[in-house]
Design a protein around this ligand. Sequence first.
Ligand SMILES: [Zn+2]
Length: 332
Amino acid sequence: MSSPLLYVGLDVGGTTMKAAVVDDHGKAFPSSTLPTEAFKGQEHGLNQMCATIRKAIAAAGKSEKDIAAIGVATPGTMDIPNGIILDPPNLKPWQNVPVRKHVHEVFGIPTAFQNDANAAAFGEYWVGAGREAKSMVMFTLGTGIGGGVIINDFVLEGQHSHGAEVGHMKIDLGKNRRCGCGRWGCLEAFASAKSVVKRAEEAVARVTGPSILRDLLKATDEELPAKVVFQAADQGDEVAKKLVLDTAYYLAVGATNMMHLIDPDMIVYAGGMTAAGEPFLNQIKGYINELAFPVPAEKTIVRYAKLGNDAGMIGAAACARQLVMKLASGTP
Ligand SMILES: [Zn+2]
């Protein structure tokens, strides 16, 4: 029996890119990072991707011939079937970058390409929070709300590479809040970390008299101080408590919509806001129990993600592994 298959997962972010060799059981060797430096242009970006992959192979003490396939995850917008990044807002001025073709030509082995949020969900599904799930919906709560939908090992990409944009489901019929996407009424416009901070700033502006929340917001040097809102709530600030409860409600609306659409085994929350811990998760679960049909409300597991910032990289490797299995079975 030959040695077990190894893959490289590469997660390209707006600031840095990270890669690691990952074995067939989802165990990652030490990761390597390089700056993305999108401003230096896409040729440089493609070279950085290949350099990060080589660095990761060296960090694992392996050589290129040990690697069965490579998976690359990038932010959108993209054309997933053709392996191209189209016009990514986080990677300006890149346009129409043939990522998969380039990496495939440089290394000469099967290369998979996936949206970073989809990849992160696939990573959690493979070896993280969703390990025992057959179907899973993930919400990644960061500056925006990303997500992924996995059903029986199938990563829902959609016909136009715009599937599983769970952050942009509409939860409000009015034009009350504009989203980062430029449209109105999206979940992200209410419940992302950025939106929580915006709602907090609006709320303290209406408060006359002392406010723990206002003081904490003023004192923090965090770039995105959503955690200050949770801290103020813990300290008994009534405005902050209401903001946290409202956020849990919005997220429960999003989860319930996905539960009624897909009926997954599991809803998983990832991203910075999960630092709010179990009490926040329990608030979300409480509202799901009010909003969802009784059977899914009782049976759907709702939990936090486990892989942290490695999810995209491990998920990219999972895509590489899936590609190898598809090629072996003759169903590419
Ligand atoms: Zn939106």
